[in-house]
Each structure stands twice: as C-alpha cells, then as structure tokens.
Design a protein around this ligand. Structure first.
Ligand code: LFR
Length: 470
C-alpha cells in the first residue's frame, strides 16, 4: 500500500505497508486469502491515518477473480484463485456452447482458461452460485467492504468475458447463453467515479475520518499501469511486466477481426474509453516460481546474483514458449522447463544461471512476437517500446527486449500500477489534467532508463525459429 502525492511537477509515492498475498490450498481448490488481504488494507489505512490522513483511497488488483454475495450482502465462500484448475472443462464447454468466434465478436477478450465467465460456468449447479445475488470483482469487493457501495469498475469488468467490447455494457445475451443470471452483474462505473466514503466501523478501526472518499480507479492493475506509461510520442507500444507480461498498444477502438481472435489478442478497456489491445505472456512468473523451487532446495535465490549468473551464461541454450499451458499452474517450475525442453528436443538449461538466462531470453522473444503481431493486427507501426512494472527493474530483461525487438526501450516506472491508481484519484480531485497530462507528469518526475538495440537480429531470428514461426 502506498501514499501518493500529486501536484504541479510533483508525483511521488511512499510505501506505507507491504503484506504478502499467499494463495490458500483448500479441499475446494486454490483460493485467495481475502480476509487476510483486507486486514492488510486496514493496517495500511491505519498507518495512513497516523501520517496525516489521505484525500482519497483507491483499490486495484489483478483481474478476473470475484466473490459472490448472498441476498444479505454476505460473502459466499472464499474467492477462488484464477490459477485453480477447475475451469479446465468449463472453458471448453462454454466455447462449444456459444462458439469461440461469437464470444470474441462480442467481448473481444482473449481466451484464457480463467476468464470469469469460465469460472462462473465451473460453478454452475453449486449451492453457492444458487444463493448468489451479486458478483463483485476483487477490487470492487474490497471497495464494498470499505464503503458498502456496489459497482463493477469497467476496466476490470472488461476481463470477465461478459462485457460487450463494442458498447461497454454488460452483455445480457452472453449471460443468458452461458446460463448466468444477469442480475448478478452490478452497475458499471468508470475510473474516477466516486465509490462512496468509509463505513463508520472502518473509520473507527483505521482512525481515518468517515467522510474520506473512496474512488473507483482503473481497478484492473494492468489498466492502472497503462495509465502511467510515460508515452510522449506516437508509435509507442507498452509492456507491463510483472508476474505477467502484458504487451500491446493503446487504441481508440477494438480490433475484433478473425485474425486477432486467432492470435488471441484481447481488447480490454482502458481509462477514458481507450482499448488495451494486448496479449498476456506468462511473464516473471516463470522466474518467481523457479526461485521458490530453488529456495526449497537451499539454492541461492537472491535476484542480483541470479541476474549476474544469467549475464555470464551462454546465450540461447534453450528457448521456451512462455505461453505453454505447462507453465500456468503452481508446480515445480524447473521441472516444467525441463519437460518443455525434452518435448521440443532441446537440451534443458543445466544450472541456475543458464535457467534464468533461458527464461529472460524466452520472455524477450515473446515480447518481440507479441508486439509484431499487435502492430500487424492493428495496422500500426511500432517505433518505441515502454517497459513498465517490476520487470523494468531487471536490466538484463530490458536489454534483451531491446535487442530482440530491434527497438529502443524506455524502462520504468517500476511502480506504474500504483502511479496510475494515484493519478486517477488525483484527476478526480482536480489535481492533474487529462491522460496526456498525467503521462507528461510521469515522464517528468519518474526515473526512466533507455536501451538501444544492439542491431543484430540474426541470433534472435534463429532462436525464434526453433519454436516455429515466432
Ligand atoms: C496482471 C493481471 C493480468 C490478468 C491476470 C489475471 O496482474 O491482472 O492483466 O490477466 O493478472 O488476473
């Protein structure tokens, strides 16, 4: 949790509180410890009260996951984690029932097995879904617990598979076709809309005034990150790189072509009616999970030394397709990498340094493939790449991405999501102007690094060719 301060020529963040978000494995599958996360929010707000209070509060999280409320407003069960495997069948069933082309024509959403619509389909016939009256996406649920207000913030609603990308409204027709009661879906709200004020007991336990406003921000973390991409020229693409790498373009209108569907590009909603035309790439998850596995085996996991070893390692020992489904669910990641290499006739990386290098090169190649496809499908030229999020701290990844794409890369800000969240609240308070204004403020105030490609595409072309037409 961070506090942001915004004013003319000023945009800074102070980290107030950091709390872990560790999934819970229960007999019903993989879940989020949502009450624990809410406690983290409350602890952060108490600290904020002690540092002098705040003008507004706004919550963003990852997308697609939700909680169900019953007729009394009580949460039914513990929200599932999108990496839970219960949608393995329901995703295919809904695709067969509605048709993949029809789904895409309405929602413009990439097919990911965990899209909310598939999760809700997996819940069909359960006592929980039968008792449900309201579905709230995770940031909307946390906002509800703070304020009592009910709403569905639109950037995140666009990841459910139930929002019509053309009209920006819930698709009752898709709800009907997928067997879902459309009254579960709350009224939509735009980023910047007021989402109420703190409930009296929240004010009591945090020490913040009860009239502290809560603002609906671009509550999908990726949408907030895109707000803070310091774009200052046309031809810019972005990669929001954290657990996932979300690589693509900001457009004015969705691309709903068959070619776009086949390439699995998504048209998620951004701020002010913009379209986030992008694709999910499995991202730093591969490295995070390797580090978790190595820690369990007592191997070194300190990022600086891992990256040092990777920089020394031989290039292109093996190339992974980070989108391969074997990498999705929590498992033994080094084992999954070895299995992928065996399946594709490659020698698996032999040590930690080689593994890290292999992951980063594979991500850089996936960045290149995705941005090239995005440019082609949207009919745009890309001349510059912005890499934001935690991954932008990773110097080697930024350099490899510049080399692989053959494009200049601007890295940073690292805390793009938090900055985008704060900027939308600041705009609602009249402290900053429109979207270009916000981005100029980011460019002027945040530390950015610049990478120039080394100019030789041949090793990248050869590496890409190992996995087919990359
Ligand atoms: C990134 C992200 C992605 C979404 C994935 C699952 O943190 O929000 O945009 O596809 O998590 O929710």
């Amino acid at each position: 949790m961070v506090i942001g301060r915004v004013g003319p020529g000023r945009l800074d963040l102070t980290e107030l509180h950091r709390f872990p978000n560790i999934p819970l494995r229960l007999p019903t599958g993989l879940h989020w410890n949502l009450p624990g996360l809410f406690q983290g929010v409350l602890d952060g707000l108490s600290l904020a009260a002690r540092t002098g209070g705040v003008a507004s509060v706004g919550i963003d999280t990852w997308a697609v996951d939700y909680g169900l409320l019953d007729a009394d407003g009580a949460l039914l069960g513990i929200p599932h984690h999108y990496r839970d495997t219960r949608t393995a069948e329901s995703a295919g069933q809904i695709r067969d029932l509605v048709g993949a082309a029809e789904l895409y024509a309405v929602t413009g959403l990439q097919h990911l097995p965990f899209n909310s619509v598939f999760q809700l389909a997996a819940a069909r016939g359960t006592a929980q879904l039968a008792a449900a009256r309201t579905m709230l996406l995770i940031p909307d649920l946390l906002t509800h617990w703070l304020t009592g207000s009910i709403g569905a913030e639109i950037t995140n609603a666009s990841t459910t598979g139930l929002l019509d990308a053309r009209t920006g409204t819930w698709s009752r027709e898709l709800a009907r076709l997928t067997g879902l009661d459309h009254t579960l879906l709350p009224p939509l709200r735009e980023p910047g809309a007021a989402a109420g004020t703190l409930l009296p007991h929240i004010a009591d336990c945090t020490g913040l005034p009860a009239d502290t406003p809560v603002t609906a921000v671009a509550s999908h973390d990726t949408a907030s990150a895109v707000v803070a991409v310091p774009v200052t020229r046309p031809g810019s693409a972005y990669i929001s790189c954290g657990t996932w790498s979300l690589a693509g373009l900001e457009l004015d209108a969705p691309v709903l072509s068959e070619a776009s569907r086949a390439a699995n590009f998504t048209n998620e909603r951004g701020i002010d009616g913009t379209v986030r035309y992008l694709r999910n790439i499995m991202g730093m998850w591969l490295l995070e999970e390797c580090r978790r596995a190595w820690a369990a085996r007592g191997l070194p996991t300190d990022l600086a030394s891992l990256l040092g070893a990777a920089a020394q390692a031989q290039p292109f020992t093996a190339v992974l397709d980070p989108d391969d489904p074997v990498f999705l669910a929590p498992a033994d990641m080094p084992g999954a990498i070895a299995a992928f290499c065996a399946r594709t006739g490659q020698q698996a990386p032999r040590d930690v340094g080689a593994t890290v290098r292999c992951i980063l090169e594979s991500l850089a190649l996936a960045h290149r493939r995705t941005l090239r496809q995005a440019a082609e499908l949207a009919g745009r030229d890309i001349t510059h790449v912005h890499l934001v999020g935690g991954g932008s701290r990773n110097d080697l990844l930024c350099r490899l991405t510049a080399d692989a794409t053959g494009l200049p890369v601007t890295a940073g800000p690292t805390e793009a999501t938090a900055l985008g969240n704060v900027l939308v609240q600041a705009r609602a308070q009249g402290l900053v102007g429109d979207l270009p204004d916000m981005r100029r403020l980011v460019a002027a105030t945040q530390q950015l690094r610049h990478y120039t490609p080394d100019g030789d595409p041949r090793p990248w072309d050869a590496a890409a060719a190992r996995l087919g037409p990359f």
